[in-house]
Ligand binder design. Structure first.
Ligand code: NDP
Length: 456
């Protein structure tokens, strides 16, 4: 069990009983139990003198998705063979708005991972201040090595079942790992064809058919705005700082770009094969090259070392490189307790989780104990869903906002999220407890809406 940040023995006893219950009801779902544990550990002490939440079983109800849909996704490969995958949509919580959250295509996808992501999404969406509930979906489909036509047929089959469960006022999916502009385009096209309706049912769409400017950049840029705000809160600045980034997809490349724009140096990027290191900090040309490599050519990050003389490639993760800040941007549990120790020994000052739950619980505890400024995913990467929310607003109003306006809205949103975390997480001694701050700030709005509805 993870550590309590506050609380008396009665709170600890309730908490333990709660966590035991969640584990009993969700056997074989470690990622989901880990996510609930993390939220409960920070929210329970806050609720100690607020009995109405316990009396109304708010946390028990919050840990149960409103609905989980699981379905068969048959498709035909280029050799004419019929293939079958499993698809899901977890509609977690709609207390403050339509379900909203990404779709992930990756062989590791299972119900535990999607429930963890949907649960986290509920609090993240609440933090943005926009009216969005929490959801997540995906399939255990591996887009790697598939032709465009195979991906298209898979997306069409996936949406041919999912379309009946989603809608612009019901559930609005978006992209995630393995689901970018290409996949959203195929899914939106099939939705429109089946329903004969042109509505904002998906976000992350192309700009030609209702997408929002700044959506592609939003998660990575937002994460670095949040990192900058955390440093400023602690009388420091991102200028001149070296930043270790993992991943090389949408989030990682835009995080590197914003580090560069704000006067810092992004030293690393990675993929599942290893990481690249550039001691000078990646240039815009190198970042653009990686974007093209990953989003268009779908190549391996190791290729960057053949292309640029100041870039080296190594197997493993980038956490052994010395840097001032770390922004894990690839996937869940990619920073272990040992990685955290290495980063701490190397003098890391701040860690911002740009991927979802990239740090194992023991790694988070190690950062907090060592006084490292720690920004949790649900706050740090909320800019992506924030701009998705703005895409929904633009679609409803059949309007399109300009880039400068959206950039400002994103930056302001990240500042508001940061300030909400400080409101609930300010500490008299060490750095702000952003983990507790984000969990409590996200929780309060959803919980109060649930209280208003009665027992539903
Ligand atoms: P992409 O699919 O664009 O990129 C994912 C990157 O992570 C790739 O570089 C991939 O490498 C790497 N990766 C995946 N699995 C592993 C692994 N097991 N070990 C090492 N590297 C791995 O995804 P995104 O950039 O969109 O998403 C990254 C993270 O950010 C995810 O946790 C996602 O949930 C989160 N997120 C994304 C948002 C968005 O707007 N896109 C919004 C909020 C959160 P490879 O090519 O080898 O697979």
């Amino acid at each position: 069990m993870s550590k309590l940040h506050a609380g008396d023995s009665k709170t600890n006893e309730y908490l333990q009983r709660y966590i035991d219950g969640v584990e009993r009801r969700n056997p074989g779902q470690p990622e989901f139990c880990q996510a609930v544990n993390e939220v409960a550990t920070t929210v329970f002490p806050y609720l100690a003198d607020k009995p109405e939440y316990h009396e109304n079983q708010i946390l028990e109800r919050m840990a149960e998705p409103e609905r989980v849909i699981s379905f068969r996704v048959p498709w035909t490969d280029d050799d004419g063979r019929i293939r079958t995958n499993r698809g899901w949509r977890v509609q977690f919580n709609s207390a403050i708005g339509p379900y909203k959250g990404g779709v992930r295509f990756h062989p590791s996808v299972n119900e535990s991972i999607l429930k963890f992501l949907g649960f986290e999404q509920t609090f993240k969406n609440s933090l943005t201040g926009l009216p969005m509930g929490g959801g997540k979906g995906g399939a255990n489909f591996n887009p790697k090595g598939k032709s465009d036509n195979e991906v298209m047929r898979f997306c069409q089959s996936f949406i041919t079942e999912l379309y009946r469960h989603i809608g612009e006022d019901t559930d609005v999916p978006a992209g995630d790992i393995g689901v970018g502009g290409r996949e959203i385009g195929y899914m939106f096209g099939q939705y429109k064809r089946i329903t004969n309706r042109f509505v904002g049912v998906l976000t992350g769409k192309g700009l030609e058919f209702g997408g929002s400017k700044m959506r592609t950049e939003a998660t990575g840029y937002g994460a670095i705005f949040f990192l900058r705000n955390m440093l400023a809160q602690h009388k420091d600045s991102i200028e001149g700082k070296s930043v270790l980034v993992s991943g090389s997809g949408n989030v990682a490349t835009h995080a590197c770009e914003k580090v560069l724009q704000l006067g810092g140096k992004a030293l690393t990027m990675s993929d599942s094969g290893g990481f690249i290191h550039c001691a000078d900090g990646f240039s815009q040309e190198q970042i653009d090259w990686v974007k093209e490599l990953k989003a268009v050519r779908r190549g391996r990050i190791s290729e960057a070392a053949d292309e640029f003389s100041n870039i080296t490639f190594q197997e493993g993760r980038p956490w052994g490189v010395v840097g001032d800040c770390a922004v894990p941007s690839a996937t869940q549990n990619e920073v272990s307790a040992d990685d955290a120790k290495t980063l701490i020994n190397n003098g890391v000052k701040a860690v911002g989780e740009a991927a979802n739950m990239p740090c194992e619980q023991a790694a988070v505890d190690a950062f907090v104990d060592a006084g490292v400024i720690f920004g949790p995913a649900k706050a740090v990467n909320a800019g992506g869903v924030g701009v998705s929310g703005l895409e929904m607003s633009q679609n409803s109003g059949r309007i399109s906002w300009g880039e400068a306006e959206l950039k400002k809205l994103l930056e302001n949103m990240m500042t508001d999220i940061h300030d909400s975390c400080v409101q609930y997480g300010e500490s008299k001694s060490g750095p702000v407890d952003y983990l507790a701050g984000a969990n409590i700030a996200g929780f309060v709005k959803v919980a109060d809406a649930m209280l208003s509805y009665g027992h539903v």
